[in-house]
Design a protein around this ligand. Structure first.
Ligand SMILES: C[S@@+](CC[C@H](N)C(=O)[O-])C[C@H]1O[C@@H](n2cnc3c(N)ncnc32)[C@H](O)[C@@H]1O
Length: 179
């Protein structure tokens, strides 16, 4: 059964903000207690809500998403941060060669929140991300549970049976530039 947030971008954005404020940011604050000026990239940022609490803390953020419509929505929600230069929003594939020219060894934190399972060529992703990290950089992964039949994506199924299967919450994890 499609949930309300699948058709309501504002609700989706607000859920991203709430999840990030309550879970992602406190988890990352254990490693980076002072986030002012922290250089953060979110890959697969969607509407940009995960980045909002980091922007409020003074981090310098880049949001990247393959889907231009979602980047346009993010610009609507976060236009003031874009105008001030604190946030850059980019509609591109993360594997686009331009990223290495512009962002090589730039980020203290790369976030993939509910995105890793959508990105192809995962066997080359970790080495690729390492090229984007600063020497103290870390990557945060938050993803739907793998050890269940549909990884939380069943709600968008048309089937009256599959779409009602139960789900659970995301699991956090991270690796560092030294890995
Ligand atoms: C499920 S959404 C997650 C959105 C947001 N991070 C959240 O927590 O709600 C996954 C996003 O990853 C994006 N994505 C998938 N492959 C990508 C790629 N190769 N480069 C950039 N973004 C990608 C999709 O367009 C989609 O918006």
């Amino acid at each position: 059964m499609a949930l309300k947030q699948h058709s309501d971008a504002t609700l989706r954005y607000q859920q991203q903000v709430d999840n990030s404020r309550n879970y992602v940011l406190p988890f990352i604050a254990r490693e980076f207690p002072d986030m002012k000026g922290l250089r953060v990239m979110e890959i697969g940022c969607g509407e940009g809500g995960v980045l909002t609490p980091f922007l409020e803390q003074g981090s310098m953020c880049v949001g990247v998403d393959l889907w231009p419509d979602r980047i346009e929505l993010a610009k609507g929600f976060l236009g003031d941060y874009v105008a001030s230069g604190q946030l850059q929003l980019i509609a591109k594939n993360i594997y686009d060669v331009d990223f290495f020219g512009e962002f090589r060894h730039s980020f203290d934190l790369i976030i993939l929140k509910d995105a890793i399972e959508h990105i192809p060529d995962q066997e080359k992703l970790i080495a690729y991300l390492k090229e984007l990290l600063s020497p103290r950089g870390q990557v945060y992964f938050g993803f739907p549970p793998w050890y269940m039949p549909h990884g939380g994506h069943q709600q968008i199924c048309q089937s009256k049976v599959l779409s009602f299967l139960p789900t659970s919450t995301s699991c956090p994890g991270r690796f560092t530039a030294d890995c």
